[in-house]
Write a protein that binds this ligand. Structure first.
Ligand code: ADP
Ligand code: MG
Length: 567
């Protein structure tokens, strides 16, 4: 081989390899899904690149994935005629992890097998999962459209380093040869491989083929020597799943497809599959993941849908079709309304994109609304993604009401830190004469729960939302009403309990205020500039005094955020 060089894996890769091999043993069959998924992506990418340049097919436009095995040698080979990789791409794709959130992910790994297996699955295992079953992997590849002399061979035992060398390679695309570990030889088996392909990769549109040797028989039914020939049989269903009618797709198929699209390891919580015809023409298949990806809060984290135009893959992570507060939603959009040569830049200018976005947003919110009917499942969703959804009212004015209905809160009704109460139930429980939704914002649940501002509410049995997430004050500054009822911060301004108080009570309060005028004056003098105003209050029943902010003043949380931002 020419220009052979030995390179070390990036430290993160070494750590991942080590932990993966130990943690994923009982899940090791997923290596095949990962390799097929990559091969299918590579075919999608070639089909897309060839839209502009047919020559990239090099006369072989029948995209396919082939799986072969050799029982004696203990090898499994996964081959595709997709886009392939250049030498530089091989080195960065198969030597590093270039994902945001990687450092945080590695920090969370504990060495505890089950816990780590979950985390690794959540992070996505990808190509490196080959080393769960193989002690030696060779990759041969050539980028479509480059000369045969620009093939690359990558080789590693998964231990810390790999080699790359230039090789001649007639075919474009990638071939991965796994040399199975002694205890993983079971995978070099026709039946086993076939059933794994059906289990994990049925929905992939590219045909996955396996060879079968056929022999001619003579008149006596005996095989004719030298007549052996290989026929390739397609093992998977090989139609795009989202194109099939809903009624013909099983839950298991939807789940398997999700894992391919989302690069996730665990099942989705729910999904919504829709075909739209008319002014807009598209098929969408949206999923709510069962857990958060590592880059959920990273500014450059992957988000958006996989975009197809008339069944041709265009791009991953098309983020223009969903708002930021729904960035956890994964899935596919296949439309006839865009042209095949759209780019990210063109997407930003196309008015149809805005229309599809608003339609998909509605679908996603409806999907969550449906999920909310299952309390337990929705709580799982809320605990994972609730604080992202709370960004909604600020970002998406038009859907504020819908989003408000999907929010969950801690309240004095349960006095529990779990955010599991919805506004509709709050309204249902409102006191006779109450026409506002009361809330308090604090730094922690305990601070909110034990605030002296709540005393009068507790005494009167009026429910108050106990807000304690970092984003809550921001949220409440964009939520003004729900079901016609205004939100009121109990720690701000004059407290008007409206009709909940009767005239006699109001009368009594006024009399007390009069009687205490001298005391108020003394306190005012003592505090001087420290207080804008001192008043007699009826908010408190046990505490002697509390600090109240003027109604239109920025709250404590916001002040702190602004201070941190240097304002
Ligand atoms: P992911 O698929 O999530 O990007 P992987 O670890 O599975 O992560 O793969 C890493 C990268 O290696 C891919 O993004 C792709 O660029 C490249 N790659 C892997 N397998 C192939 C293949 N069969 N053909 C072309 N490129 C591939
Ligand atoms: Mg992959």
């Amino acid at each position: 081989a020419i220009r052979e060089e030995t390179l070390g894996f990036q430290t993160e890769v070494k750590q991942l390899l080590h932990l993966m091999i130990h943690s994923l043993y009982s899940n090791r069959e997923i290596f095949l899904r990962e390799l097929i998924s990559n091969a299918a992506d590579a075919c999608d990418k070639l089909r897309y690149a060839a839209l502009d340049n047919d020559a990239l097919y090099e006369g072989d436009s029948e995209l396919r994935i082939e799986i072969e095995h050799d029982q004696e040698a203990g090898t499994v080979t996964v081959r595709d005629n997709g886009i392939g990789m250049s030498r530089d791409e091989v080195i960065s794709n198969l030597g590093t992890i270039a994902r945001s959130g990687t450092a945080e992910f590695l920090k969370q790994l504990s060495g505890e097998q089950q816990k780590d297996a979950k985390l690794i699955g959540q992070f996505g295992v990808g190509f490196y999962s080959g080393f769960i079953v193989a002690d030696d992997i060779t990759v041969r590849t050539r980028k479509a459209g480059t000369p045969a002399g620009e093939g690359v061979e990558w080789h590693s035992k998964g231990e810390g380093e790999f080699t790359v060398a230039d090789v001649e390679r007639a075919a474009h695309g990638t071939e991965i040869v796994l040399h199975l570990k002694q205890d993983a030889r079971e995978f070099a088996d026709d039946f086993r491989l076939q059933s794994l392909v059906r289990k994990y990769s049925d929905h992939i549109e590219v045909p996955v083929r396996m060879p079968r040797v056929e022999t001619d028989k003579d008149d006596d039914g005996k095989p004719v020597e030298g007549s052996e020939k290989t026929v390739w049989e397609t093992v998977n269903e090989a139609t795009a799943l989202w194109v099939r009618p809903k009624s013909e797709v099983s839950d298991d198929e939807y789940k398997a497809f999700y894992k391919h699209v989302a690069h996730d390891f665990s099942d989705p919580l729910t999904w919504s599959h829709n075909k739209v015809e008319g002014k807009l023409e598209y098929v969408s298949l949206l999923y709510v993941p069962g857990r958060a990806p590592f880059d959920l809060y990273e500014r450059d984290g992957a988000r958006g849908v996989k975009l197809y135009v008339q069944r041709v893959f265009i791009m991953d992570d098309a983020e223009q079709f969903l708002p930021l507060y729904l960035r956890f939603v994964k899935g596919v959009l296949d439309t006839r309304d865009l042209s095949l040569n759209v780019s990210r830049e063109l997407l930003q200018q196309d008015p149809k994109v805005e229309k599809i976005k608003s339609a998909l947003t509605k679908r996603a919110l409806d999907m969550l609304g449906k999920l909310a009917k299952d309390k337990e499942a929705y709580q799982g969703f809320w605990n994972t993604f609730g604080s992202v959804l709370k960004e909604g009212p600020a970002e998406d004015f038009a859907n504020r009401d819908k989003i408000a209905g999907l929010l969950r809160f801690s309240t004095t009704h349960t006095d529990s830190a779990t955010q599991d109460q919805c506004l509709a139930d709050y309204v249902e429980r409102m006191k006779e004469g109450q026409d506002k939704v009361y809330y308090i914002v604090a730094d922690s649940f305990n601070a909110a729960k034990s605030s002296p501002h709540l005393e009068i509410f507790r005494k009167k049995g009026i429910e108050v939302l106990l807000l304690h997430d970092r984003i809550d004050e921001w949220l409440m500054s964009h939520l003004t009403e729900f079901d016609g009822k205004h939100f009121v911060d109990v720690a701000k301004g004059d407290l008007d309990l409206g009709e909940v108080e009767d005239e006699a009570e109001k009368q009594a309060q006024q009399e007390t205020a009069k009687a205490k005028e001298a005391l108020v004056k003394r306190v005012k003098e003592a505090l001087g500039e420290l207080a804008q105003e001192v008043r007699v209050t009826h908010r408190l029943t046990d505490s002697p005094a509390c600090v109240v902010l003027p109604e239109h003043e920025m709250g404590y949380q916001m002040r702190r955020i602004m201070e941190a931002a240097g304002q």
